[in-house]
Ligand binder design. Structure first.
Ligand code: NZQ
Ligand code: ZN
Length: 385
């Protein structure tokens, strides 16, 4: 196990009615920029409840709505401008990962003199940020507890992640009831995203991380247990609660401390979204089984067999290679059973773009679990087509 520094400063208010704690925002300032997406928060009650608490707490709030899934740098620019002109003290994100990511970079850009895209290209340029508070309405990205933000410049076909400890939310409200209104497709995409976050950390060549591996398996089993329940019965509180907490635990750094390494499938998915604006979790669900097929080898078979036995309960009687192959099939079938597409063609991706996307990643995966060349990436894209 490698050395690490534990730092997960975000306070989480988890459960029914926790929106009352949004009143704590008044300790961070009186002028709030409330950021949200296309309006789902007005249909699921989050907006009305948040406004009532903000009002009661004596804050003055301004609104920035219309954040797109795969949030755009132009929205960040608009938000940063609003922060300056209205002298905003704190940015409040109400929504899923897109709204939260956009809010984080707005908060940093408000304290930066140059163009906000600089901060997406290089997180080390973030030297300060307004405090960020979140009310989570979609379980998926973990953005509610981490310092990551992913922003797109669709004109340039760029979707890039940035990171700074300045971006970690001060506190997050996680009420699973806000996720009751998620359509089945978004619920499934969120579960696939959570599982992918775990895979990116579970499949590692760093040895000795026994506790990290077991934490990973617990989160995967939670997704497998409750993903289908939430799709079938959207208002099942325990299903929504377990998935929501899985979202936060999968990507708040905890499970990767001491054993993490650079990621693969996320980088490949970001190209799909940058060119075709597809839903993040959908792209991951399509690519993951094909990535697994590609990286399965004599060296990786024991890890895949461990995954098959501990997560899918596959029999000890089979040899490692048989179990490893079955584990990949279980993964593929699980995503399919949640109604997620199985091929890039179904998601609207065209063959002609595959070499362009692979070329953009030619130097990206040199130190990953299994290093991948441009040709390897292209092979995975083609297999997934
Ligand atoms: O815009 P609204 O109207 O809110 O609708 C959203 C959106 O259409 C809807 N939605 C959210 N909560 C809802 C709801 N609909 C009904 N009821 C609710 N309770 O769902 C749609 C998708 O929302 P979005 O925020 O885009 O989803 P998600 O949370 O999956 O975020 C995806 C973005 O986060 C990035 C992705 O790349 C993508 O840009 N990621 C961020 C990460 C991070 N910050 O750590 C890591 C991830 O790997 C990921 O890359
Ligand atoms: Zn993700």
């Amino acid at each position: 196990m490698n050395n690490f520094n534990y730092s997960i400063p975000t306070e989480v208010y988890f459960g029914k009615g926790q929106i009352k704690n949004l009143a704590e925002i008044a300790n961070l300032g009186t002028k709030v920029l409330m950021v949200y997406g296309g309006g789902s928060i007005k249909r699921n009650g989050a907006y009305d409840e948040a406004c009532a608490v903000l009002h009661e707490a004596g804050t003055k709030y301004y609104e920035l709505s219309g954040v797109d899934p795969n949030p755009r740098i132009d929205t960040v620019r608009m938000g940063a401008e609003l922060c300056r002109s209205k002298d905003i003290d704190v940015v409040l994100a109400i929504g899923g990962g897109s709204t939260i990511d956009c809010s984080k970079v707005i908060a940093a850009a408000a304290c930066y003199d140059g163009d906000p895209w600089d901060l997406v290209l290089d997180g080390s340029k973030i030297k300060a940020a307004l405090p960020v508070v979140t009310v989570l309405t979609m379980a998926a990205t973990g953005s509610e507890m981490n310092g990551n933000a992913v922003i797109s410049d669709m004109g340039a076909n760029e979707k890039l992640g940035t990171y700074s400890h300045w971006l970690k939310p001060v506190f997050s409200i996680e009420d699973p009831k806000y996720t009751y209104s998620l359509p089945a497709g978004q619920t499934a995409a969120g579960v696939a995203d959570i599982m992918s976050h775990v895979f990116e950390q579970y499949f590692t060549t760093v040895s000795g991380g026994f506790i990290q591996a077991r934490l990973c398996e617990a989160i995967l089993k939670t997704c497998i247990q409750y993903g289908p329940v939430a799709i079938k019965t959207p208002k099942n509180y325990d299903a929504r609660a377990n998935i929501m907490w899985a979202s936060s635990l999968a990507l708040n750094e905890l499970i990767g401390y001491g054993s993490g390494m650079p990621w693969t499938v996320h980088g490949m998915e970001h190209e799909l979204s940058a060119f075709y604006d597809i839903t993040h979790g959908v792209g991951l669900a399509i690519l993951t089984p094909f990535w697994m097929d590609k990286v399965l080898s004599d060296e990786t078979t024991p890890k895949f067999a461990e995954y098959g036995r501990n997560v899918w309960g596959l029999s000890d009687a089979d040899d490692d290679m048989t179990t490893a192959k079955k584990s990949i099939e279980c993964t593929r079938e699980f995503f399919k059973s949640m109604g997620l597409p199985e091929t890039l063609t179904e998601a609207g991706v065209e063959e002609k773009s595959l070499p362009v996307m692979a070329a953009k990643l030619k130097n990206t995966f040199k130190k990953t679990y299994v290093p991948l060349s441009e040709a390897d990436v292209l092979e995975i894209y083609q297999a997934a087509l």
